[in-house]
Write a protein that binds this ligand. Sequence first.
Ligand code: ZN
Length: 424
Amino acid sequence: MDSMIKRLENQRIGESSDASNDCCKIDGAKRMPAQKLISTGTLGPANRGRLLQALYDMGATSRADLARFTGVNRATIGGIVQPLINQGILAEGEVVPPNEAGGKPATRLWFSKNARPICAVLLMHNRVRTCLVSLDGEIYAQRATDFPTELADASDAFRIVSTCVEETIASANLPILGIGVAVAGMINTETGSIVNVSLAPYLDGFPVGPELSKRFGVHVCVDQDTRAFLVGDRWFGQGRGRRTFAAVYIGEALGGALYLNGHLYRGSAGAGGEIGHTTVQLNGHVCQCGRRGCWETIASLRWLRDEAKARGVPKPHMLNAGRLVTLAGGGVKGAKELLQQYAFNISVGLANLQQLMAPDCIVLHGDIVLGGKTMLNLIEGSFRELVFHRPGEEIALAFGDSEDVAALRGAACLFLSELLNFVI
Ligand SMILES: [Zn+2]
């Protein structure tokens, strides 16, 4: 908790120094006109975002503490909080007695128990999962449906998705605020359409956002699944209070997401984060994307299973990081070498990410998490050999949640940020 508060305080200091740097720009002898950090039009949403993020970071908090931690004055906090209370999003909670110096008792603000929940959807190549997420991150009314293997049509897939959403919504006592969708593939965040799901090509081009919005009459926000993990990490997990960190998903496919200088970075129309398709072998194998030597061809679950088969490791089709660690620990022939190779191959892509973007922390998600401490230590060992070191620099590699619920929670956070129109 202390380190988190310290990170928050650093964040505030960082933000104020950014602001002073941006106040005016000196270009040789010519002084450029002062430029505001954020335009007046976006000041409200930016402050609202900081306030809600501080609430997620610290839990139920008084107005005075919110003002202190966000660096925003009390009057501004009041102006942000009241509309959120009127909208039923925040509520006054526990009363904080005045301190010895006197003053009025304060109440802690938290998300209202009566606030409408968000329906979260995780759309993968072979299944869909849905649930309701309360504004304080509680998950309930979960549903999941596998797509039949012979499925080859986007409208059939959509029927399955909308049935799942309908059943989840039916279990809510309240109407929903809207729907947040995380897609395990490339998406266009501006149109809410799927660009490409490599293992389910029939979904390519499908406008899942507009279709769900038409079907359920609510606002829908669509984003990539790794970005949902990242935002879930930022609000509820390893990324709490951090200003610059990354999330990487390692499973059947690889994906990345970046949180830079206090903001989620998407790239143009959400095209960023395709780290799985950066080239790491000039004459490597053909990737699912059609290019050669992508990181995904040497560091995904698919590579692991193919390689296990070639090396004669038992039951290769059942292999995952957890089982590989067990087999290696049990002295099964070829397992230890395969484990070391897998960890090294993963560290190569992570090191490339580190060298370019220098995140303070990379949170790993997906099947790789099943490998536990052994897997993480192996990846970290070769990662540290591949990256530059600066004195005093702290780079952390951490395992996040392997569970789909982390992505569902993140999808709900992405929706909420869009609904309240604040920058995350
Ligand atoms: Zn590729």
